[in-house]
Design a protein around this ligand. Structure first.
Ligand code: UD1
Ligand code: UDP
Length: 369
């Protein structure tokens, strides 16, 4: 039996890739036909380790590529060279990548050079604007062009792939594996691990997008300052991304405000607890846009565009960009107007039913055996 097993190399680079690939790895490990190996590029170090240890996944290969304040070119170049040696040694039958990071784009290119087929998890997300989000739109377009199998989270993402010239027969709508991870985690005993005033509503904040660096991110921080100042009965919780372009500015604007709690990135389970405890979420994260609707939490998205239009169409997520006045006005409206709040606080899950990983495993079995 073991000689007929298929070698599947699952790649993770950053926190969200690990959260969304973990259910796929765990599902494939149950399959008698699959020999699963895990490659961590470690484009993120601490935040990747947080997730892998939570899901009890030990990488078989770890490239430990992260450097402080890494530039895109340098990261891509170093990674491409390291991957060459790994693919030569591993000779996988298929490589699975997830999402739209530099890891995903670079692994796709390396696999293409080695003629190794790629399965792309969370395929087909598009804004059709190469600058937003930057560089993720280009990363997923390139990975999409090179992939053999496309695991699209929604019907909309399937349509995007067809528009991009991908054959219908190579696309399968699976749902997003983020919902698999969320449902499995939300069942556990969750502890936020941070004491917040029990009588106050809590607004959860995250932000890290490259296209917001500089003035837009300063506008976001100023808007948070104003909101905190005008709402002393509300506690803001902001686990700050370690990228210096984010961290230094966030602490500069927000560290001294009594009703703003800044902290290190939370482990995944405490972060799920934070989302459940939150009254409202302000974020530019992709993953949080998918998770919060499933938990019935309204989201204001600190971006000009989103590749996740489904929850916006449902009316439970709203784009507010990085404009100071707009962020302040929209958040204040949800804090003051109960009807407006209730209209957005509906539990909907347009991104999946918690069984995406099973569909991915089934498709791979059909195709590989
Ligand atoms: C990356 C992805 C982005 C994804 C995000 C998830 C790219 C180009 N960007 O952005 O698509 O949404 O991850 O969070 O692929 N750092 C640490 N420790 C960590 C992680 C990061 O110190 O565990 C710091 C380092 O200084 C690092 C910097 O953050 O150089 C930037 O990391 P990088 O992965 O290049 O970009 P992100 O902004 O995290
Ligand atoms: N997340 C976490 N701890 C935090 C903030 C976020 O575990 O302090 C999780 C969150 O639940 C989601 C994922 O990280 O699943 C999103 O990652 P991020 O926002 O870094 O990247 P994106 O989704 O925007 O690519």
């Amino acid at each position: 039996m073991s000689s007929s097993k298929k070698n599947i190399l699952c790649v993770v680079g950053t926190r969200p890739e690990a959260i969304k690939m973990a259910p796929v790895i765990l599902e494939l490990r149950k399959q008698p036909w699959a020999n699963v190996r895990v490659l961590a590029t470690a484009q993120h170090r601490q935040m990747l380790d947080q997730v892998l240890s939570f899901f009890d996944i030990q990488p078989d290969i770890d490239l430990n590529i992260m450097r402080p304040n890494q530039a895109l070119t340098e990261l891509t170049a170093r990674l491409l060279l390291e991957l060459d040696a790994v693919l030569k040694a591993e000779k996988p039958d298929v490589v699975l990548v997830q999402g739209d990071t530099t890891t995903v784009m670079t692994v796709a290119l390396a696999c293409f050079y080695h003629r190794i087929p790629i399965g792309h998890v969370e395929a087909g997300l598009r804004t059709w604007d190469m600058q937003n989000p930057f560089p993720e739109e280009a990363n997923r377009v390139i990975a999409g062009k090179l992939a053999r199998w496309h695991f699209a989270p929604t019907e909309g993402s399937r349509q995007n792939l067809l528009k991009d010239g991908i054959a219908d027969s190579d696309v399968i709508v699976t749902g997003n594996t983020v919902v698999d991870a969320l449902l499995a985690t939300a069942q556990r005993d969750l502890d936020l691990g941070i004491t917040l005033p029990a009588d106050k509503r809590m607004v959860l904040v995250t932000s890290h997008r490259r296209e917001n660096f500089g003035v837009p991110f300063r506008n976001i921080c100023r808007a948070l300052q104003t909101l905190a100042h005008n709402n002393s009965d509300v506690q803001f919780l902001y686990p700050v991304h370690p990228n210096p372009n984010v961290k230094d500015v966030a602490y500069e604007y927000l560290a001294q405000i009594p009703n703003v709690t800044l902290c290190e990135p939370l482990d995944y389970a405490p972060f799920v607890a934070a989302m459940k405890r939150a009254y409202l979420i302000l974020t530019d994260s992709g993953g949080v846009q998918e998770e919060a609707p499933a938990l019935g939490k309204p989201v204001l998205v600190l971006r000009e565009e989103t590749e996740r239009p489904e929850a916006v169409q449902e009316g439970v997520v709203k784009l507010v960009g990085s404009d100071y006045d707009r962020i302040v006005a929209e958040a204040q409206c949800l804090l003051d107007d109960e009807a407006a709040y209730k209209a957005m606080a509906r539990g909907v899950s347009p991104y999946g039913d918690g069984h995406a990983s099973e569909r991915i495993a089934r498709l791979l079995q059909e195709q590989l055996l």
